[in-house]
Design a protein around this ligand. Structure first.
Ligand SMILES: NC(=O)C1=CN([C@@H]2O[C@H](COP(=O)(O)OP(=O)(O)OC[C@H]3O[C@@H](n4cnc5c(N)ncnc54)[C@H](O)[C@@H]3O)[C@@H](O)[C@H]2O)C=CC1
Ligand SMILES: O=C([O-])CC(=O)C(=O)O
Length: 345
């Protein structure tokens, strides 16, 4: 009977919130939280759906509650212990709260929400969407460690949008978008720029033989900087929201299936490398550095991470991409850790 909770679920920012720094434009489409909550409400595996935000959740919850699917929906605001009420009994907590491209603000928001999870739902699976994921996931881990409730098997940075983009772009190149749902391309590393490493040589649908190295550069760059493509098209009013909601719901569904006992659930995710001692250590050897977090294909069971898969056979080109990603990731992880451990430094 899984209860899913979305922290940052209201999405549509009111003009008055501009003064509080939550958005620069009230005409923006309205965030990840709302469409993600819609997709979770539509998922029959969810029996309870808790929505928390600093604005609008009662309205969003009332609206969603009329949809004829099993989940009972409740919306909560900060007054009267709203966060605690939203998190009570949560099996799965998804965090899209924050502001696009404002890493400093997001760090504080994620820290505070993680504190709520540590005290109210320490056994829940935690799915972090708020950017920069490479740093916000270590922030959540440090908060949980401080409260002595850190379970590395249950903390996930959501990198699914990179995987979704890679599938779509490869299907486009193959000239057959109907293949997009079935093309599988592992994307490893982290979730920003050069830390995003698509392993196109492992694509389930091989690229055309005519694919030149310049084409490979172009495709790799498009996957790494897909977020910029959307930011530019939205002309300053926000970043990817609908595709992220789709990706977030897809990953959440995998977790819900794993909780329900389904076997063989594998997805790339940014996880703590101690989550599975054997797999994590082997992965550290492959990437040549003792990183605390890295995204790779992860097998998920009812207790969380069951196995972290190795990168496997990768090309020289991909090895170079991994080499470029590692130092950047190390810096991002350190920033997140220091935000909690040494906030004044
Ligand atoms: N992991 C990924 O692949 C992606 C991550 N993102 C990130 O997701 C985050 C959200 O993006 P959008 O939905 O477009 O932003 P948005 O500004 O439209 O929505 C964020 C929501 O968070 C809420 N919020 C702010 N402070 C809060 C708090 N303390 N507690 C609860 N809710 C709070 C806001 O009221 C708003 O409803 C950003 O950090 C963005 O960069 C965006 C796209 C992809
Ligand atoms: O680029 C951004 O700001 C949002 C994001 O993470 C993405 O679209 O992948």
């Amino acid at each position: 009977m899984p209860k899913a909770v979305v922290l940052g679920a209201a999405g549509r920012v009111q003009p008055r919130d501009r003064d509080r720094g939550f958005a620069t434009d009230s005409t923006r489409l309205g965030g990840i939280g709302q469409p993600l909550a819609l997709l979770l409400k539509a998922n029959p595996l969810v029996t309870e759906l808790g929505l928390f935000d600093i604005v609008n959740t009662p309205g969003v919850a009332a609206d969603l509650s009329h949809i004829s699917t099993p989940a009972k929906v409740e919306g909560y605001l900060p007054p009267d212990d709203g966060l605690k009420k939203a998190l009570t009994g949560a099996d799965l907590v998804v965090i899209p709260a924050g502001v696009p491209r404002k890493p400093g603000i997001n760090a504080g928001i994620v820290r505070d929400l993680a504190t709520g999870i540590a005290t109210t739902a320490p056994k829940a699976f935690i799915l972090v969407i708020s950017n920069p994921v490479n740093s916000t996931v270590p922030i959540v881990a440090e908060v949980l460690k401080k409260h002595s409730v850190f379970d590395p098997k249950k903390l996930f940075g959501v990198t699914t949008l990179d995987v979704v983009r890679a599938s779509t772009f490869v299907a486009e190149i193959l000239g057959d978008l109907s293949k997009a749902p079935s093309v599988v391309v592992p994307v490893v590393g982290g979730h920003s720029g050069v830390t995003i490493v698509p392993l196109l040589s492992q694509s389930s649908s091989p690229l055309p033989a005519s694919f030149a190295s310049a084409d490979l550069d172009k495709l790799t760059n498009r996957i790494q900087f897909g977020g910029d493509e959307v930011v530019q098209a939205k002309a300053g009013t926000g970043s990817a929201t609908l595709s992220m909601a789709y990706a977030g719901a897809e990953f959440a569904t995998k977790i819900l299936k794993a909780i329900a006992g389904e076997k063989g659930i594998v997805a790339p995710s940014y996880v703590h490398l101690s989550a599975d001692a054997a797999g994590g250590e082997a992965l550290k050897k492959e990437i040549g550095q003792d990183l605390e977090f890295f995204s790779s294909n992860v097998e998920i069971g009812p207790e969380g991470v069951a196995k972290i898969h190795p990168l496997g056979k990768i090309t020289e080109y991909e090895q170079k991409l991994v080499k470029a990603a590692v130092p950047e990731l190390a810096g991002n992880i350190e920033k997140g850790v220091n935000f909690i451990k040494a906030p004044k430094l």
